[in-house]
Every structure is written in structure tokens, then in C-alpha cells.
Design a protein around this ligand. Structure first.
Ligand SMILES: [Zn+2]
Length: 344
């Protein structure tokens, strides 16, 4: 299922994400030589409708091809182009596919051929070694650009703050690319705002260019003033059996239409997330980092209002009903400054 190549296929930089499936034929890992080893590992299109990473790479690859005779990439690049068949349809994943960013080694879902493919990618990159790993995404809600890390290590935090001072540390959901690649070296997931925003593409392109030019990642701590570190404490989902919508609709849960404005704001207790009908209780499923349902710790209902019980900061809140069903409603975060890794 996985294809491996050691040269840039002709015409690839000119190829729109929707046409990659016809040019490549399937998920493809491409190794390009550069001035330094080991390679920077970059994955794009793990979600087929998030073309930002691919569009950020295209000008770098076009540039690389033009200069191939005289100049090489400053560092070797291993590029994994993921769910090209979903990209052809402009969707996150096809109905019969697993989510390509939930099936990497360490996940808890039952094995599929796609799980095997991600194991192969990790095994190949373990053999080759990595300088760093960058997985590039966009999202549907109104969020700032930020990086995610899965390990509190100075090099990993430097890799993330090179993209944004806003950094999220999480250990769930399992099976994401950056969690698996964290075992091989510094790894980050980039969230580049909403799909279709030019700034997201430019920002990711400049970031990749900077990573390719780095000789090393600093071992010393990131200065306190250069980072806003948050920790994901829970994921919020709406169970299949619970209907939801936005006013003036009719559903078990009617979500606050201003929801997306809450992203990356520290919300006080009492903030209303929506209205619930009398029979559905809290209605939402809130899973902590250990996978326990902790809805009652964070949420309460009174007079049909669904309210926060604790101060919390949400991320990835979206009004996109398909994204809510396929992924989740949001993540809940707390500021992590108090537990900042010990300065040595
Ligand atoms: Zn994504």
C-alpha cells in the first residue's frame, strides 16, 4: 500500500492536492537528499481536506528541482503524502477509511492495512533517523496558529515555538503522527488556521524552510516570555445518539452560535456552551487524558443551560457539524506554566 520513492516525481510541485492520487497512485514516502543528515520528516494530507501542508511544500519543491544541478536542499527531506484518495474528494477521510492521524503506532484502535502502512513509515524513518518531524494540519474553527508537542523536552518546545508562541502539550488522542514520531526525535504538529487562508500556507512554507536550514535544535530551555504553554486535559465529543445543532433549530443540544469565539480564551466558570433539553442531561462526553468520562467535573446544567463548572480554555471549537461528528466538538486546556519542565 505504501509507495517509497527516492526522487521527485515529474510535475509533482505543480500538482493540486486533488490530483495527487492520480499522479502518485496512493500514499507515498519520498526521500530527497540534502546537505545535512539526518532528514527532516514532514507529513501532509493525513486529512484529505487539509491541503495547507502540501501547498506550503510545493514552492519549496519547485525551487529544489530548479536548483538541483547546482544546489541541494540544505538538509535531506523525507516527505510523507498521506490520504491522497480522500484529498481527491476534498474530505478528511473516505467513509470506509480510518482517520490517518489516529492510526500511528501507539494507538488503541483495531489494526487495519492503514495501521500497517504507518508502522512501515515509522520503521523506515527509525532506520534513517530524523532531525525533526513536522505534521501539518488546518482546522475548521477560529483558532490561532499553534504547534502541538507530546513530550516536554526543550528541543521539542524550541521546534514548536519556531512556529508560534502558542504551544499545546497533549498525550491524547493516541495514534497521532507526532506522538509516534516523538519516540524518534523532536516532533511537532502544526495547526495553520483555517483551510483556504493564504497566511497559513505562507507561514508553514517559511517554517519548513527555516527547519531545513537549522543545523541543530537548542538544548537549553525556551525563555519563559517566549512561550504560552497549554496542556490538553480533556476531549469533548457528542455521542452519536445525541442530536445537536444551532438556534433556532430543534435538537437535544443547541450549541452557542458564538462558540468559535471561545477558542484560546480562558473562560470563567458559568460560561454557557449551549442549551440542553430536559431529557439529555449534560449530553456531551468529556474524556480526560486517561480516557475517563469526566463530564461532571467540567460541566453542569441548570435551567436547560449547559455551563462550565471550572475555568477552562477550549481549542478547536467549530460550527462545522461534519467536523464535530467525525472528530470532536473541542479540546479543553489548562495553562501549563506552573508545571513548566524543570530548568537545568
Ligand atoms: Zn488535521
Amino acid at each position: 500500500m505504501l509507495q517509497e520513492r527516492h526522487a521527485l516525481p515529474p510535475g509533482l510541485p505543480e500538482t493540486d492536492s486533488r490530483d495527487l492520487a492520480s499522479v502518485l497512485g496512493g500514499p507515498t514516502l519520498i526521500h530527497l537528499p540534502g546537505g545535512r543528515e539526518p532528514p527532516l520528516f514532514v507529513s501532509v494530507l493525513l486529512h484529505g481536506n487539509e491541503s495547507v501542508g502540501w501547498n506550503a511544500l510545493r514552492p519549496l519543491l519547485a525551487d529544489y528541482r530548479q536548483r538541483l544541478s547546482a544546489l541541494r536542499l540544505p538538509r535531506s527531506l523525507s516527505l510523507f503524502i498521506g490520504n491522497v484518495s480522500a484529498a481527491a474528494s476534498g474530505v478528511r477521510r473516505l467513509p470506509d477509511q480510518p482517520d490517518y492521524n489516529r492510526i500511528w503506532p501507539g494507538c488503541e484502535s483495531p489494526p487495519t492495512p492503514e495501521h500497517t502502512m504507518m508502522q512501515q513509515v515509522v520503521a523506515i524513518m527509525r532506520r534513517r533517523g530524523i532531525f525533526a518531524s513536522v505534521d501539518i494540519h488546518s482546522n475548521t474553527g477560529c483558532n490561532p496558529h499553534y504547534g502541538c508537542v507530546n513530550l516536554l523536552d526543550h528541543r521539542y518546545l524550541h521546534l514548536a515555538t519556531l512556529f508560534s508562541r502558542t504551544v499545546v502539550y497533549f498525550t491524547r488522542p493516541r495514534g497521532v503522527q507526532s506522538l509516534a514520531m516523538s519516540r524518534l526525535g523532536p516532533a511537532v504538529t502544526l495547526e495553520c488556521g483555517q483551510e483556504g487562508e493564504r497566511y497559513g500556507v505562507d507561514h508553514a512554507r517559511d517554517y519548513l524552510d527555516a527547519c531545513l536550514h537549522l543545523s541543530a535544535l537548542p538544548q537549553h530551555p525556551v525563555a519563559c516570555g517566549d512561550i504560552d504553554l497549554f496542556h490538553t486535559v480533556a476531549q469533548v465529543r457528542i455521542p452519536e445518539v445525541v442530536s445537536f445543532g444551532f438556534p433556532p433549530g430543534q435538537a437535544d443540544i443547541l450549541l452557542n452560535p458564538e462558540l468559535e469565539r471561545f477558542n484560546f480564551w480562558e473562560l470563567p466558570p458559568g460560561t454557557a456552551l449551549g442549551r440542553v433539553n430536559a431529557h439529555s442531561g449534560i449530553g456531551l462526553e468529556v474524556r480526560d487524558e486517561q480516557g475517563r468520562n469526566v463530564a461532571n467535573r467540567y460541566l453542569s446544567t441548570a435551567q436547560g443551560e449547559l455551563r462550565l463548572k471550572l475555568p477552562i480554555m477550549p481549542a478547536m471549537l467549530t460550527r462545522d457539524e461534519a467536523a464535530i461528528r467525525q472528530d470532536c466538538l473541542c479540546y479543553l486546556m489548562e495553562r501549563y506554566d506552573d508545571q513548566f519542565p524543570q530548568r537545568q
